[in-house]
Design a binder for this molecule. Structure first.
Ligand code: TIU
Length: 230
Protein backbone atom coordinates (compact mmCIF):
# COMPACT_ATOMS: atom_id res chain seq x y z
CA UNK A 1 0.00 0.00 0.00
CA UNK A 2 1.22 3.49 -0.85
CA UNK A 3 -0.14 6.54 0.95
CA UNK A 4 -0.32 9.86 -0.89
CA UNK A 5 -0.22 12.94 1.36
CA UNK A 6 -3.65 14.48 0.74
CA UNK A 7 -6.62 16.18 2.36
CA UNK A 8 -8.72 15.41 4.34
CA UNK A 9 -6.39 12.46 5.08
CA UNK A 10 -3.95 10.18 3.27
CA UNK A 11 -5.14 8.77 -0.04
CA UNK A 12 -4.58 5.02 -0.17
CA UNK A 13 -3.23 3.37 -3.29
CA UNK A 14 -3.34 -0.41 -2.87
CA UNK A 15 -1.09 -2.53 -5.08
CA UNK A 16 -4.20 -4.02 -6.66
CA UNK A 17 -5.49 -0.61 -7.79
CA UNK A 18 -5.35 0.76 -11.33
CA UNK A 19 -4.99 4.50 -11.76
CA UNK A 20 -5.73 6.97 -14.53
CA UNK A 21 -5.08 10.67 -15.00
CA UNK A 22 -8.17 12.52 -16.22
CA UNK A 23 -7.48 15.84 -17.97
CA UNK A 24 -10.71 17.75 -18.41
CA UNK A 25 -11.33 20.17 -21.28
CA UNK A 26 -7.91 21.87 -21.61
CA UNK A 27 -9.22 23.35 -24.85
CA UNK A 28 -8.62 26.63 -26.63
CA UNK A 29 -12.39 27.26 -26.23
CA UNK A 30 -11.82 27.73 -22.49
CA UNK A 31 -8.21 28.96 -22.42
CA UNK A 32 -7.98 31.54 -25.22
CA UNK A 33 -9.71 34.79 -26.21
CA UNK A 34 -12.47 34.26 -28.79
CA UNK A 35 -13.63 30.87 -27.46
CA UNK A 36 -16.59 29.68 -25.40
CA UNK A 37 -15.22 30.83 -22.03
CA UNK A 38 -14.57 34.29 -23.40
CA UNK A 39 -18.03 34.41 -25.02
CA UNK A 40 -19.52 33.77 -21.57
CA UNK A 41 -17.77 36.90 -20.30
CA UNK A 42 -14.86 35.30 -18.43
CA UNK A 43 -11.22 36.34 -18.00
CA UNK A 44 -9.67 33.33 -19.72
CA UNK A 45 -6.05 34.38 -19.08
CA UNK A 46 -6.08 33.18 -15.47
CA UNK A 47 -6.43 29.54 -16.52
CA UNK A 48 -2.92 29.56 -18.05
CA UNK A 49 -1.22 29.34 -14.66
CA UNK A 50 -1.78 25.57 -14.30
CA UNK A 51 -0.37 24.60 -17.72
CA UNK A 52 3.29 24.02 -16.67
CA UNK A 53 2.30 21.96 -13.61
CA UNK A 54 -0.18 19.91 -15.61
CA UNK A 55 2.53 19.33 -18.23
CA UNK A 56 4.78 17.93 -15.48
CA UNK A 57 2.02 15.68 -14.15
CA UNK A 58 1.22 14.36 -17.63
CA UNK A 59 4.94 13.76 -18.24
CA UNK A 60 5.11 11.81 -14.97
CA UNK A 61 2.19 9.57 -15.95
CA UNK A 62 3.75 9.00 -19.38
CA UNK A 63 7.13 8.08 -17.84
CA UNK A 64 5.42 5.57 -15.54
CA UNK A 65 3.37 4.14 -18.42
CA UNK A 66 0.08 4.98 -16.70
CA UNK A 67 -3.14 5.73 -18.61
CA UNK A 68 -4.25 9.26 -19.43
CA UNK A 69 -7.79 10.23 -20.44
CA UNK A 70 -8.33 13.62 -22.09
CA UNK A 71 -11.81 15.06 -22.48
CA UNK A 72 -13.19 17.76 -24.75
CA UNK A 73 -16.50 19.55 -24.33
CA UNK A 74 -17.96 19.85 -27.81
CA UNK A 75 -21.00 19.44 -30.01
CA UNK A 76 -21.70 18.02 -33.45
CA UNK A 77 -21.78 20.63 -36.25
CA UNK A 78 -25.60 20.33 -36.52
CA UNK A 79 -25.86 20.75 -32.69
CA UNK A 80 -28.14 17.69 -32.56
CA UNK A 81 -26.39 16.66 -29.32
CA UNK A 82 -26.81 20.10 -27.72
CA UNK A 83 -29.98 20.88 -25.79
CA UNK A 84 -31.53 24.20 -26.92
CA UNK A 85 -31.39 25.31 -23.29
CA UNK A 86 -27.58 25.11 -23.46
CA UNK A 87 -27.47 27.17 -26.67
CA UNK A 88 -29.75 29.83 -25.18
CA UNK A 89 -27.79 30.16 -21.94
CA UNK A 90 -25.70 33.27 -21.36
CA UNK A 91 -27.37 35.82 -23.60
CA UNK A 92 -23.98 36.82 -25.04
CA UNK A 93 -23.35 38.02 -28.58
CA UNK A 94 -21.74 34.69 -29.48
CA UNK A 95 -23.21 31.37 -28.39
CA UNK A 96 -22.61 27.67 -29.11
CA UNK A 97 -22.36 27.20 -32.87
CA UNK A 98 -21.67 30.88 -33.63
CA UNK A 99 -18.77 31.70 -35.93
CA UNK A 100 -15.97 33.13 -33.77
CA UNK A 101 -12.35 34.06 -34.43
CA UNK A 102 -11.25 30.43 -33.83
CA UNK A 103 -14.12 28.86 -35.78
CA UNK A 104 -17.55 27.85 -34.53
CA UNK A 105 -17.85 28.06 -30.75
CA UNK A 106 -17.72 24.70 -28.92
CA UNK A 107 -18.14 22.70 -32.15
CA UNK A 108 -16.16 19.49 -32.61
CA UNK A 109 -13.27 19.75 -35.06
CA UNK A 110 -13.08 23.56 -35.11
CA UNK A 111 -9.64 25.08 -34.40
CA UNK A 112 -10.86 26.67 -31.18
CA UNK A 113 -12.28 23.39 -29.89
CA UNK A 114 -8.96 21.58 -29.86
CA UNK A 115 -6.79 20.84 -26.84
CA UNK A 116 -4.06 23.47 -26.35
CA UNK A 117 -0.85 22.33 -28.10
CA UNK A 118 1.19 22.21 -24.86
CA UNK A 119 -1.07 19.42 -23.54
CA UNK A 120 -1.87 17.59 -26.78
CA UNK A 121 -2.64 13.88 -26.35
CA UNK A 122 -0.15 11.41 -27.79
CA UNK A 123 -1.05 8.13 -29.52
CA UNK A 124 -2.30 5.51 -27.08
CA UNK A 125 -4.03 8.01 -24.80
CA UNK A 126 -7.80 8.10 -24.51
CA UNK A 127 -9.72 11.08 -25.89
CA UNK A 128 -13.38 11.51 -24.95
CA UNK A 129 -15.70 13.97 -26.67
CA UNK A 130 -18.49 14.94 -24.30
CA UNK A 131 -21.62 17.03 -24.85
CA UNK A 132 -22.17 17.74 -21.16
CA UNK A 133 -20.22 19.11 -18.26
CA UNK A 134 -19.60 15.67 -16.75
CA UNK A 135 -17.37 13.15 -18.56
CA UNK A 136 -19.79 10.25 -17.96
CA UNK A 137 -22.93 11.71 -19.53
CA UNK A 138 -23.45 10.39 -23.10
CA UNK A 139 -19.85 9.11 -23.46
CA UNK A 140 -17.91 5.83 -23.28
CA UNK A 141 -16.02 7.00 -20.17
CA UNK A 142 -17.36 4.26 -17.92
CA UNK A 143 -16.71 1.47 -20.43
CA UNK A 144 -13.10 2.65 -20.86
CA UNK A 145 -12.59 2.63 -17.09
CA UNK A 146 -14.16 -0.81 -16.76
CA UNK A 147 -12.19 -2.29 -19.68
CA UNK A 148 -8.95 -0.96 -18.19
CA UNK A 149 -9.86 -2.09 -14.67
CA UNK A 150 -9.33 1.44 -13.40
CA UNK A 151 -10.29 2.09 -9.77
CA UNK A 152 -8.49 5.33 -8.84
CA UNK A 153 -8.78 8.64 -10.70
CA UNK A 154 -6.57 11.74 -10.51
CA UNK A 155 -8.73 14.55 -11.84
CA UNK A 156 -7.41 17.78 -13.39
CA UNK A 157 -8.38 20.47 -15.88
CA UNK A 158 -10.85 23.30 -16.25
CA UNK A 159 -12.99 24.66 -14.88
CA UNK A 160 -12.83 23.47 -11.30
CA UNK A 161 -16.43 24.00 -10.25
CA UNK A 162 -18.02 23.18 -13.61
CA UNK A 163 -16.70 20.24 -15.67
CA UNK A 164 -14.04 19.08 -13.20
CA UNK A 165 -16.33 18.95 -10.20
CA UNK A 166 -19.24 17.47 -12.17
CA UNK A 167 -16.99 14.69 -13.48
CA UNK A 168 -15.58 13.99 -10.02
CA UNK A 169 -19.06 13.73 -8.53
CA UNK A 170 -20.20 11.43 -11.34
CA UNK A 171 -17.12 9.23 -10.77
CA UNK A 172 -17.54 9.22 -6.99
CA UNK A 173 -21.14 8.03 -7.32
CA UNK A 174 -19.92 5.19 -9.54
CA UNK A 175 -17.47 3.97 -6.90
CA UNK A 176 -14.18 5.40 -8.15
CA UNK A 177 -11.67 6.71 -5.58
CA UNK A 178 -11.10 10.27 -6.80
CA UNK A 179 -8.41 12.81 -6.03
CA UNK A 180 -8.58 16.36 -7.42
CA UNK A 181 -5.10 17.71 -8.16
CA UNK A 182 -5.36 21.20 -6.75
CA UNK A 183 -2.55 22.90 -8.71
CA UNK A 184 -3.69 21.27 -11.97
CA UNK A 185 -7.21 22.71 -11.95
CA UNK A 186 -8.35 26.29 -12.31
CA UNK A 187 -11.49 28.40 -12.42
CA UNK A 188 -12.40 31.80 -13.82
CA UNK A 189 -13.39 32.53 -10.20
CA UNK A 190 -10.66 31.91 -7.58
CA UNK A 191 -13.23 31.80 -4.80
CA UNK A 192 -15.15 29.03 -6.62
CA UNK A 193 -11.96 26.97 -6.98
CA UNK A 194 -11.25 27.33 -3.28
CA UNK A 195 -14.83 26.47 -2.33
CA UNK A 196 -14.79 23.41 -4.59
CA UNK A 197 -11.59 22.06 -3.04
CA UNK A 198 -13.07 22.57 0.41
CA UNK A 199 -16.45 20.99 -0.40
CA UNK A 200 -14.82 17.94 -2.01
CA UNK A 201 -12.76 17.12 1.07
CA UNK A 202 -15.28 18.22 3.73
CA UNK A 203 -17.26 15.65 5.74
CA UNK A 204 -14.41 13.15 5.71
CA UNK A 205 -13.89 13.36 1.93
CA UNK A 206 -17.55 13.30 0.88
CA UNK A 207 -16.54 13.46 -2.82
CA UNK A 208 -12.87 12.46 -2.48
CA UNK A 209 -9.44 13.91 -1.81
CA UNK A 210 -7.24 16.85 -2.86
CA UNK A 211 -3.45 16.98 -3.17
CA UNK A 212 -0.76 18.73 -5.21
CA UNK A 213 0.83 17.34 -8.37
CA UNK A 214 4.11 16.87 -6.49
CA UNK A 215 2.38 14.82 -3.79
CA UNK A 216 0.68 12.66 -6.43
CA UNK A 217 3.90 12.05 -8.36
CA UNK A 218 5.82 11.25 -5.20
CA UNK A 219 3.24 8.63 -4.27
CA UNK A 220 3.01 7.13 -7.75
CA UNK A 221 6.77 6.82 -8.02
CA UNK A 222 6.74 4.60 -4.93
CA UNK A 223 3.67 2.66 -6.07
CA UNK A 224 4.66 1.76 -9.61
CA UNK A 225 7.68 -0.45 -8.77
CA UNK A 226 5.69 -2.55 -6.28
CA UNK A 227 2.91 -2.80 -8.87
CA UNK A 228 5.36 -4.01 -11.52
CA UNK A 229 6.31 -6.89 -9.22
CA UNK A 230 2.72 -8.16 -8.90
N1 TIU B 1 -18.10 27.87 -18.17
C1 TIU B 1 -17.29 27.11 -17.45
O1 TIU B 1 -16.75 27.51 -16.42
N2 TIU B 1 -17.02 25.85 -17.86
C2 TIU B 1 -17.59 25.17 -18.90
O2 TIU B 1 -18.55 25.62 -19.54
N3 TIU B 1 -17.04 23.98 -19.22
C3 TIU B 1 -16.00 23.38 -18.51
O3 TIU B 1 -15.83 23.61 -17.33
N4 TIU B 1 -15.18 22.60 -19.19
Amino acid sequence: MVYIAALPYEYELPESSQVALVVIDMQRDFMEPGGFGDALGNDVARLQAIVPTLQQLIAGFRELGLPIIHTLECHLPDLSDCPPSKVRRGKGELTIGSEGPMGRILVKGEPGNGIIPELAPVPGEFVIHKPGKGAFYATNMESILQEQGITHLFITGVTTEVCVQTTMREANDRGYECLMVEDCTESYFPEFKQATLEMVRAQGGIVGWTATAAQVLEGLQQWQPSKALV
